[in-house]
Ligand binder design. Structure first.
Ligand code: KG4
Ligand code: ZN
Length: 350
């Protein structure tokens, strides 16, 4: 791994509120520069698409420069450009795709428009080496919650289930808001939960009833849980009693992690898959990591979780998938590549 002869790939990510530029040679990470507009969205309690797009536009060139400087390369050294073409916020994606096209044309290098979800899977190769084949990916972030069977991350990503309403991270963010914690709420809930009891309140586990399992065995639902937390908090407030933030956080977090891990392990066992990969921003959750390990171990299943900086949106994940596409000789995208906000997960290369 890491020979100088391996292709050097630049990856650009702008699907949400992170402007990411990564540089990867083969499976070796050389640079992962990030500019985040998260602070600009905080007072709205969620990402504002127009604000994100403008921030990408302002951050693109400085972030590109920073990545090249860190890696000690010039843009002319790059062998291919990869960019997230979807799914994500349309205007935000457009900034990355336009920048990638300009670079591909200006430098005369091939362009790969890639799927954001497949990139979340591919990034783990930078940390833990080649992906097991097949592997079960549990992707949980502010924008997505899915269970995927991945055979070859450059061609075969099969969706087994997904959320039917809120994404897992979105539920963390909304519940944090209810509890008066800042945005994004996941890390704050995680921290508050550490001093609370996970069995203090018995919050509902979405889509785990016997009838739900018939139709939605590997799907998730978090909006009922969010409403249950809201009702519980309102009832306390109406009674003039203080809200035990740590207990609510811990019990809520347990409900989310219980369902995510139960379904991921069930999907792996059912599909005869020996490796689970957890990715996306929520993969940074301390309880999710522990519970996945614990439950998977009972079935002899291994768990891979990239370090938190590679779980949240970044450019390295796009470069990692781009490098794998180049390595496997996949044909590049056309230069009229669209930004596709609803690119299906089965389409790895746009
Ligand atoms: O992957 P990501 O950076 O962006 C999206 O594609 O959405 O994920 C961000 C999400 C947010 O909802 C945030 O609250 C959540 O990941 N998150 C966490 C933790 N750290 C980040 N959720 C639970 N526990 C955490 N420690
Ligand atoms: Zn993401």
């Amino acid at each position: 791994m890491g020979g100088v002869s391996e292709p050097l790939v630049l990856g650009i990510e702008t699907s949400c509120d992170e402007t990411g530029v990564g540089l990867v040679r083969g499976q070796t990470l050389l640079a992962d520069a990030i500019a985040s507009s998260v602070d600009e969205h905080a007072r709205f309690g969620g990402v504002v698409p127009e604000v994100a797009s403008r921030a990408h536009l302002e951050a693109m060139v400085p972030t590109l420069d920073r990545a090249c400087e860190t890696a000690g390369i010039s843009l002319h050294d790059v062998d291919a450009i990869a960019v997230t073409s979807g799914p994500g916020l349309a205007g935000a994606l457009l900034v990355g795709v336009a920048a990638a096209k300009a670079l591909a044309i200006g430098l005369g290098k091939p362009l790969y428009g890639v799927n954001h979800l497949a990139a979340h899977v591919a990034v783990d190769q930078l940390e833990h080496g080649p992906l097991p084949d097949p592997c079960l990916a549990l992707l949980v972030s502010g924008g997505h919650s899915s269970l995927l069977r991945v055979e070859d991350v450059t061609t075969t990503v099969e969706p087994l289930g997904a959320t039917i309403d809120d994404a897992a991270g979105e539920a963390f963010d909304k519940v944090a808001r209810l509890l008066g914690l800042p945005f994004p709420g996941g890390p704050h809930i995680d921290r508050a939960a550490a001093s609370g009891s996970s069995v203090a309140i018995d919050f509902p586990r979405g889509l785990t009833g016997r009838r739900d399992l018939e139709r939605h065995r590997f799907d998730f639902s978090f909006s009922g849980l969010k409403t249950a937390v809201a009702r519980w908090v309102e009832a306390r407030e109406a009674a003039g009693e203080p809200v035990p933030v740590a207990d609510v956080a811990a019990s809520f977090q347990e409900a989310v992690c219980d369902v995510l891990t139960r379904k991921a392990v069930d999907a792996a066992v059912t599909g005869g898959i020996d490796d689970i990969l957890v990715g996306g921003g929520v993969a940074a959750n301390s309880r999710l990591r522990v519970l996945t390990e614990e439950r998977a171990a009972r079935h002899g299943i291994r768990v891979r979780v990239p370090r938190p900086g590679l779980c949240t949106d970044n450019g390295a994940m796009v470069a990692a998938l781009g490098a794998e596409l180049v390595r496997r000789g996949r044909p590049p995208s056309s230069l009229d590549l669209p930004a596709d906000s609803s690119l299906p997960v089965t389409q790895v290369l746009a």
